[in-house]
Design a protein around this ligand. Structure first.
Ligand code: ZN
Length: 91
């Protein structure tokens, strides 16, 4: 993981987890990208590891996701517009 903030490039970043309640770590979280076709519902959620980073200088927060899964979801269920924007191959 990059040791600098992606937004302001500060090295003052910290690692942490997302909590749903004060003492309850979120059990499972998924990322569903925007730009999917209207009725695309199956297999469009990508599991994310509960490992986040935040910048103490600008407040930006980020995490990492499996890009192969993200690309598969967008290829299978994305609109033509999002595929064109992201330059994904149409198969
Ligand atoms: Zn920052």
């Amino acid at each position: 993981m990059d040791e600098r903030c992606p937004q302001c490039k500060s090295e003052k970043i910290t690692e942490g987890k997302i909590f749903n309640q004060p003492d309850y770590v979120a059990p499972r979280a998924y990322f569903r990208p925007g730009g999917l076709r209207t009725f695309a519902l199956l297999g469009v959620n990508i599991r994310i590891e509960n490992r986040f980073f935040s910048c103490i200088k600008c407040g930006f927060m980020w995490a990492k996701i499996n890009t192969a899964q993200l690309i598969r979801v967008l290829n299978e269920s994305g609109t033509q517009q999002i595929k064109a924007k992201l330059q994904l191959d149409e198969e």
